[in-house]
Design a protein around this ligand. Structure first.
Ligand code: SAM
Length: 435
């Protein structure tokens, strides 16, 4: 059908961009092999050249091996392509329009000169080998890029991530470093897929504890698959300051957890007594209260979290840490206090942490201050400035000795050959001690 809006394709001097996998040219369909045979000019990555020549000789082609140009440096390739006036074929890996040479070609040549012939992407091959559906997988390329997008993606703890590695930046080793810097190394299975499609293909899993990686072909990628949380309790962990990744979190809010560095500070500020009652209000995944129990097992802990599924989550984390809170309640804390819903034996706390960012925090602090025992301590972490002064004044008006501190932490993450410091959100801690 003729139409004014139709793109007129006049493929004068087309450039054929053909994706190949590591199995080389002979793995391509015959019509595509014919296009390569008819090329007058040919460009391909250096690593493909020997396979290309072997294949050419096997064809007993009547044509001589075409004029060849190495495509490893894209800017040189573009200059070379611009000078050509004969049928050209460019060989690339997988799908040239997926983290490949396609993008840069499209910004230098009109799209009607470019004819793409994709092969499966390396990631497609990887997921086939691992026999996993990949429609929901996340993917990222570290090629010539800084690792921040991967760090950001990891914060969301997706189920699966395919990572194209950059051999110039350490390949899989760079991924291990980023994973460890995010403290997420033990929640993912770490798969290396090397030379996919090649007869020497290797697909294997490594443990994050392995110090030395096996020697790898530069052509490899990494697939991270989230491990199923185990029911097992884990005793091979520190007493407190446990890595964030150890904890189960809400699936839809995986980064909603008091970060390890802040947790450690809060536990210190609580000046935990040997015995007594501690409330963790707005407990989230329960981490602060539960770690308090590891330090002082005789404390009686009440954890309160209003999010649906909060109770189950806190109980599961308690099991993983082998600690036993006295009570976990899925409820809105202020209503609970007003309605007298707290069990009698836990109703007068010695220590209170108020996490979470509920709108009624002022009323909540007020209600807590009316319950806390003399000599008791209340600790309030805050991510915003606005309420800081108000809460401090409240504590003072109730006769508390108060203290404020600000905590800004940085985690080392790899950058090229060195380490960059990635900031975590600054947190204010307001502490009040009742006289
Ligand atoms: C510039 S990207 C090219 C991606 C390509 N366009 C595709 O569709 O797979 C190069 C990276 O892809 C990965 N890769 C490409 N081919 C591979 C193969 N056969 N086996 C393993 N990884 C491969 C490696 O991580 C490599 O560093």
């Amino acid at each position: 059908m003729e139409g004014n809006n139709q793109v007129k394709i006049k493929r004068e001097l087309p450039i054929h961009i053909i994706g190949i996998s590591a199995s080389g040219i002979s793995g391509l369909s015959l019509p595509i092999q014919k296009i390569i045979q008819s090329a007058k000019k040919l460009s391909a990555p250096k690593r493909v050249l020997s396979n290309l020549k072997e294949w050419w000789n096997d064809q007993n082609s009547k044509y001589p091996f075409p004029d060849y140009f190495e495509s490893d440096k894209p800017s040189k390739l573009i200059n070379w392509l611009k000078k050509q006036d004969q049928q050209i074929v460019v060989l690339a890996s997988g799908d040239p329009l997926w983290f490949g040479i396609g993008r840069i070609l499209l910004s230098n040549f009109p799209s009607d000169r470019l004819i793409f012939h994709p092969s499966p992407t390396s990631l497609q091959l990887a997921f086939s080998k691992l026999a996993r559906p990949w429609q929901d997988a996340n993917w990222i390329s570290l090629h010539g890029r800084d690792p921040s997008p991967l760090l950001k993606l990891l914060q969301k703890k997706p189920e699966t991530i395919g990572i194209l590695t950059d051999p110039n930046k350490g390949g899989a080793k760079e991924v291990i470093e980023i994973l460890c810097a995010s403290q997420l190394d033990n929640i993912y299975q770490f798969w290396i897929c090397e030379r996919l499609g090649h007869e020497k293909e290797r697909i294997f899993q490594i443990s994050h504890k392995e110090e030395v990686l096996p020697t790898l072909d530069p052509l490899h990628l990494v697939v991270l698959i989230k491990k199923k949380p185990t029911e097992d309790t884990n005793l091979d962990i520190p007493l407190f300051g446990i890595e964030d990744s150890f904890y189960l979190t809400h699936n839809d809010r995986p980064s909603l957890i008091t970060k390890r560095e802040v947790r450690i500070q809060l536990l210190a500020d609580l000046e935990l007594p040997q015995t007594g009652v501690i409330w963790d209000i707005g407990a989230g995944s329960g981490t602060i209260g539960l770690e308090a129990l590891r330090i002082r097992p005789k404390l009686e802990l009440l954890s309160v979290e209003k999010r649906l599924g909060g109770k189950e989550l806190i109980q599961a984390n308690a099991k993983r840490l082998s600690v036993s809170p006295s009570k976990v309640m899925e409820a809105e804390a202020l209503s609970l206090l007003k309605e007298g819903g707290i069990p009698q034996n836990l109703s007068k706390p010695h220590r209170v942490i108020i996490g979470g960012g509920s709108a009624n925090k002022t009323d909540l602090i007020d209600a807590v201050l009316n319950r806390i025992l003399p000599g008791g301590i209340i600790v309030i972490p805050l991510a915003t400035l606005e309420s800081l002064e108000r809460f401090l004044l409240m504590l003072k008006s109730k006769g508390c000795e108060s203290k404020i501190s600000q905590h800004q932490n940085f985690r080392g993450v790899p950058l090229s050959q060195g380490t960059r410091l990635q900031p975590t959100n600054p947190v204010f801690i307001v502490k009040g001690k009742l006289k």
